[in-house]
Design a protein around this ligand. Sequence first.
Ligand SMILES: NC(=O)c1ccc[n+]([C@@H]2O[C@H](COP(=O)([O-])OP(=O)(O)OC[C@H]3O[C@@H](n4cnc5c(N)ncnc54)[C@H](OP(=O)(O)O)[C@@H]3O)[C@@H](O)[C@H]2O)c1
Length: 375
Amino acid sequence: MPSALPSTQRVLTFQADSKTVALETIPLDKPGPGQVLIKNAAVAQNPADCAFSLFSSTIAVPDIVRVTGKVIDYGMLSAGQGMGWDFAGRIVALGEGVTDNKIGDRIAGCHIPVNSVKTVQNAFCEYTLAAVKPLLRIPDSITDEEASTIPLASLTALHLLNIISGIPKRAPLGGRAFLIWGGSSSVGQFAIQLAHIAGYKVITTASPKNHAFVKSLGAAVAIDYRAPDVLEQIVAASGWGGVDYVFDAICEGNSAELASKTLRKGGPRKVALANQLDLNNLNQSVDYYHGVPSALLNDDLNIGGVYRPRNRTDFDLAIDFFENAAGWLEEGRFKPNPVTVHPGGLSGIQDGLDFMKAGKVSGSKLVYRVADTPA
Ligand SMILES: NC(=O)c1ccc[n+]([C@@H]2O[C@H](COP(=O)([O-])OP(=O)(O)OC[C@H]3O[C@@H](n4cnc5c(N)ncnc54)[C@H](OP(=O)(O)O)[C@@H]3O)[C@@H](O)[C@H]2O)c1
């Protein structure tokens, strides 16, 4: 490891009171074979981080289905564990056998905190250890803050779109309608773009203040999800008597139930859910799918009674996607989420978690500049 690197670093950990997070100092790890050490410039916050900060590991996953409007399906963290999924920064050390990357490369990626063996394998750290694949090369045209918005949300969108419709495979000739419920959410923004790039007519729901924005991402039609005739508007906009596919990027209230009513008769009738829901309450003539992009990250995941083994197909999907995305970002054909930089660096995350839990995030991603962390 180059001598310029410090011997310790600060990381955010989940506290024993099951409510708070705090900074602690730990020794700086060296990258192992096939790994790189990244000095994080920016880290992004996801709803899953809120879930972790609310509960202790003594609460069984099936018992925590719906709290503060966020459905939790990722599992729990124990006191002292690190946190955070999305990071962006520069490579500062290479592990044995790493040849495709070099010191100084700007990259973004994500971790699954419940799977992290070491604290450094989380995003809310000054330095993060990561496997070399899949990592997103950050083009000069976007900032580290913007890049940190991409990994988890875009891989979630890709994974769920792929399960129900085969995206990135192109839409059938003549196109088909795809409903993205919650298009201004972080995941929804990437789902709009991916479905649009694949050739679908994208219909989305969002608050009216975000309509121009979601259209700029590729949605042909934007509809207020609070409108009493939201379903009629979606079906009319489809042009085919209903949509072929639905991606519910929200899964709150009765969004999945409503969205599935817009599927056309005789179509594939498939709905992807960003969160796990009780399917007994939903339309039984529809096929519902839920997923977590763990296999895209070349990881196994075993939570909530569901085992998701890694597989080469999903891993390759993520590698190919990140390669394509770097080019699309450079060309301006693919956009990161707008960012809201929350003050205080890693020390500001406690406050940011409360901000998100209060439902104040709209159309942008909460991001922290690691250098803003007070000494
Ligand atoms: N399966 C996975 O692996 C995975 C990974 C990441 C996230 N998720 C889940 O995906 C969901 C979205 O995450 P995110 O990070 O994208 O969320 P987010 O950006 O924090 O979501 C905020 C957005 O939600 C929209 N919204 C809120 N209620 C809505 C409703 N009833 N209908 C339509 N839109 C609504 C708001 O739209 P307006 O401001 O326009 O009203 C706002 O822009 C979360 O529940 C998260 O847990 C799952």
